[in-house]
Write a protein that binds this ligand. Structure first.
Ligand code: BTN
Length: 160
């Protein structure tokens, strides 16, 4: 019976590399393979589960942003008006699903709301802001402080 001669290690390695490149093992991923979704960004127009709408500007280098908020609901006996918001987010380039916080100083009432949340993006690129908020109302005396703060949750989806 004929015997195959023993191959040196470098020859075996070269044969393996040739074989793996022939099968495309280290080719770039093909178009129909899933790619990571682009980072979640806050800038744009959002609507929440109550029907409130907000517009957020592009964040600056420090992650600081501003915008406007038009609430669909109110606890105040005043006509609702668009109100200014200000906030800050972590860098989406460092963290694709950044956390953020913003406040709204209501233009038509003496209340203020603080929102905290995280921007999530799914495999289809759909972005959702999951938030919790504290709404502080103005009460005439310290003895009424106990009833001055409400807490809730809002989920925002991108309009554009
Ligand atoms: C007020 O009631 O004095 C001002 C309006 C507050 C609207 C609240 S903030 C939390 C919740 N999410 C909304 O979109 N609107 C309500």
């Amino acid at each position: 019976m004929e015997r195959l001669p023993l191959q040196p290690a470098w020859a075996l390695l070269a044969a393996f590399l040739l074989a793996s490149s022939a099968t495309g093992a280290d080719e770039a991923p093909s178009k129909n393979k899933q790619q990571p979704a682009p980072p979640c960004t806050l800038s744009g127009t959002w609507v929440n589960d109550l029907g409130s709408r907000m517009v957020i500007s592009a964040a600056n280098a420090a992650g600081v942003f501003s915008g406007s908020y038009l609430t669909a609901v109110s606890s105040a006996n005043q006509a609702i008006a668009e109100s200014a918001l200000q906030g800050a987010q972590h860098d989406p380039a460092q963290d694709a699903q950044p956390t953020f916080a913003f406040t709204v100083r209501w233009a038509f009432s003496d209340s203020a709301t603080a929102f905290v949340g995280q921007c999530f993006v799914d495999q289809h690129g759909e972005e959702t802001l999951e938030t919790l908020w504290l709404l502080r109302q103005n009460v005439p005396s310290r003895s009424e402080d106990w009833k001055a703060t409400r807490v809730g949750k809002n989920v925002f989806t991108r309009v554009k």
